[in-house]
Design a binder for this molecule. Structure first.
Ligand SMILES: [Fe+2]
Ligand SMILES: [Fe+2]
Length: 272
């Protein structure tokens, strides 16, 4: 029987190391030609997480727990370093030291939040102290709803302004997810009284409906970009990246729902 700890660790690392690798690419594309030092740093992180991703795929669910525990320590340190790099960049942008570069501050902050989330997941797994599910439901939703709201804003701002219909749709998603995020924060402040089965189930159901429709919108945008049918400065890989993050959120919602209702979740094939 493979250990749950090994399965969960490899799943987190396979998913998030690819995400970190892609962040390095997106950040690099936003630098100016003369920012060679920053470009080199981005290339360094690309290689670092590419190596981690390959090793995570080489391990199997039968790898011994001690090896994976050590790997988790190493990867969480790498996640801390890329987090620090992203925060340094945010500082440079906000003090106007990179005029004309093309990384939005919110995008840099967003990618740093994802690095921090990744690092925390690995530390939690290694310490073996998982939050009670009622707390995890609220915390994960607060985290991911904000991520989804940010994605909608990035899509809106990276589409060509002449794509009026798509920009409007992206803005509608941004508004929808901002509202869901406020609702989630309200549930958060009403803890622990808000953590009843019926309230949490309704919370998950409502969020799932919106995440599914945003996921479908991202898929449609990705297909249009791949076919070169729309005008934008969205990298095709960025469209796929935000699609995968929505799929991840949906899988987490389904896992929570299954835990609450006691029914086994039907896991869709995870995209890494
Ligand atoms: Fe990301
Ligand atoms: Fe993201």
């Amino acid at each position: 029987m493979p250990e749950v700890f090994v399965v969960r660790s490899l799943d987190e690392i396979r998913f998030w190391s690819r995400i970190m690798k892609e962040h390095s690419l997106f950040l690099k594309l936003g630098f100016r030609c003369e920012d060679t030092q920053l470009i080199n740093e981005a290339n360094y992180y690309y290689k670092l997480f590419e190596g981690i991703e390959q090793r995570a795929h080489a391990f199997t669910v039968n790898t011994d727990a001690q090896t994976i525990r050590q790997f988790n320590v190493e990867v969480s340190t790498a996640a801390s370093y890329i987090w620090a790099f992203k925060r340094k960049l945010l500082g440079l942008i906000l003090t106007c030291q990179l005029p004309g570069a093309n990384n939005f501050p919110l995008l840099v902050d967003h990618t740093s939040r994802e690095a921090n989330y990744f690092r925390n997941r690995l530390i939690e797994l290694n310490e073996g102290k998982l939050e009670p599910v009622q707390d995890a439901i609220i915390d994960e939703n607060v985290f991911f709803l904000r991520i989804m709201a940010d994605h909608a804003k990035f899509i809106s701002h990276l589409l060509d302004p002449s794509e009026r219909k798509l920009v409007q749709q992206a803005n509608d998603f941004s508004h929808d997810f901002d509202q869901l995020l406020f609702q989630a924060r309200d549930l958060d402040s009403m803890r622990p009284q808000s953590q009843t089965g019926p309230i949490l189930t309704q919370f998950l159901d409502q969020n799932r409906v919106s995440v599914k429709s945003l996921r479908d919108f991202k898929k449609a945008a990705k297909d249009l970009i791949d076919a070169c049918k729309i005008k934008s400065i969205i990298h095709p890989l960025l469209a796929d990246h935000v699609f995968r993050e929505a799929e991840r959120f949906l899988a987490i919602i389904d896992m929570f729902e299954a835990t609450l209702t006691g029914k086994p979740a039907v896991f869709a094939e995870q995209h890494h």
